[in-house]
Design a protein around this ligand. Structure first.
Ligand code: DAH
Length: 360
């Protein structure tokens, strides 16, 4: 029995002292492995007398179970301790506030474009599109601007480079969104109500002009659409856009090749103290050109001018943004200055809706 007591002390003590799983495995092999001490003792049982076998065998079996159990218990304890340590180590306070992240802003031009779309959508206008690199037929001829027409020069057009051998029609950076009128008519016919916001290009640069700027074109064609409808739509639009009950608009007789009669519309504003304010003061800012669509333009769009008539207008989106949000210099719009963008930009959740309000 002494032998067994010795073995017991040795292996249970070893299990107790084992610091990791590898040490435990070593003990298991040394005791219970194929050539382990306990296993070898088991084999000796065969040579013993039946009485010896009974007492020694029983005790040996018990020891084997004891060691086996001790190994399992210790293994679990080591695993628990390791987990405990990891939990302590990898502790995380989920109630801490998140790290602040830099977020961008929506550019005033994008914001105002969405506002304008929301207002016209409410009046039944859908959104049309055209290319920024436009052929000169859509940009000029179809809009009744003949090749020798001074408007072609007045527009300070950017012409696309052309090789002498190029047999494609000449292309320009579109000088206005009006060519989308032609595209919309050719695609959908009449009756139609459509707006087309987008970029336009002209060689021009000062406080209120940039070589790339934004317009939104509007066009409504029906059997009896008149100048009165045009005036009402513009007034409704301005009231909704500037969120006022009344705006003061000035209709000035004007001339555009693609409308007859034509009117330019100015809005009352003040520049006092370099602050731009709408609806007060003695200044007027031109915001749009408009008129009744010229019969030749309807024809170019495949629509019979004896049967249909319509109004059209083109608004400067950047101008609208300057007026509504009091931004005095247009050039800053396109400087990509982060401080400016942070100050004048909008949060994505400020998306305008007619019902929810159009601005922050
Ligand atoms: N296309 C003109 C421009 O860029 C603006 C304009 C005037 C558009 C009269 C129209 C219109 O649709 O009817 O200056």
């Amino acid at each position: 029995m002494d032998v067994l007591d010795q073995l017991k002390d040795k292996y249970l003590g070893g299990v107790d002292a084992a610091a990791d799983e590898a040490a435990l495995e070593e003990i298991r092999l040394a005791a219970l492995g194929k050539k382990g001490e306990i296993s070898l003792k088991m084999r000796e049982l065969g040579k013993m007398s039946p009485e010896e076998k009974q007492t020694f065998g029983k005790a040996l079996n018990e020891l084997k179970t004891q060691i086996d159990t001790a190994l399992r218990v210790k293994k679990q304890a080591l695993a628990d301790a390791a987990l405990e340590l990891r939990l302590k180590d990898e502790w995380l306070d989920v109630t801490l506030p998140g790290r602040p992240r830099r977020s961008g802003t929506i550019h005033p031009v994008s914001q105002v474009t969405e506002e304008v779309i929301a207002i016209f959508a409410d009046m039944g206008f859908s959104v049309g599109e055209g290319p920024q690199v436009e052929d000169d037929w859509h940009n000029f001829d179809a809009l009744n601007i003949a090749p020798e027409h001074p408007a072609r020069q007045e527009h300070d057009t950017f012409f696309m480079h052309r090789d002498a051998s190029d047999d494609r029609p000449p292309h320009v950076l579109r000088t206005h969104t009006s060519p989308v009128q032609i595209r919309a008519m050719l695609e959908h016919g009449a009756p139609i109500r459509v707006i087309a916001p987008g970029r336009v290009y002209r060689m021009d640069m000062d406080m209120t002009h940039a070589p790339m700027f934004h317009q939104v074109e509007a066009m409504a064609i029906g059997k009896d659409i008149s100048m009165a409808n045009l005036k009402w739509v513009l007034e409704e639009f301005c009231k909704a856009f500037f969120e006022v009950d009344d705006v003061e608009l000035r209709f000035r007789a004007s001339h555009f090749p693609f409308t007859e009669p034509s009117a330019e519309v100015d809005i009352r504003c003040s520049w006092e103290g370099k602050q731009l304010k709408v609806g007060e003061g003695d200044s007027w800012m031109e915001i749009l050109g408009s008129g009744m669509m010229h019969p030749k333009v309807l024809e170019a769009g495949g629509i019979d001018p004896k049967e249909w008539q319509g109004f059209a207008f083109g608004i400067g989106i950047d101008r609208l943004a300057m007026l509504k949000y009091g931004i005095p210099d247009l050039r800053a719009f396109f400087d990509s200055d982060l401080r400016w963008l942070k100050h004048y930009g909008f949060q994505p959740q400020d998306m305008p809706t007619i019902a929810g309000g159009l601005s922050r």
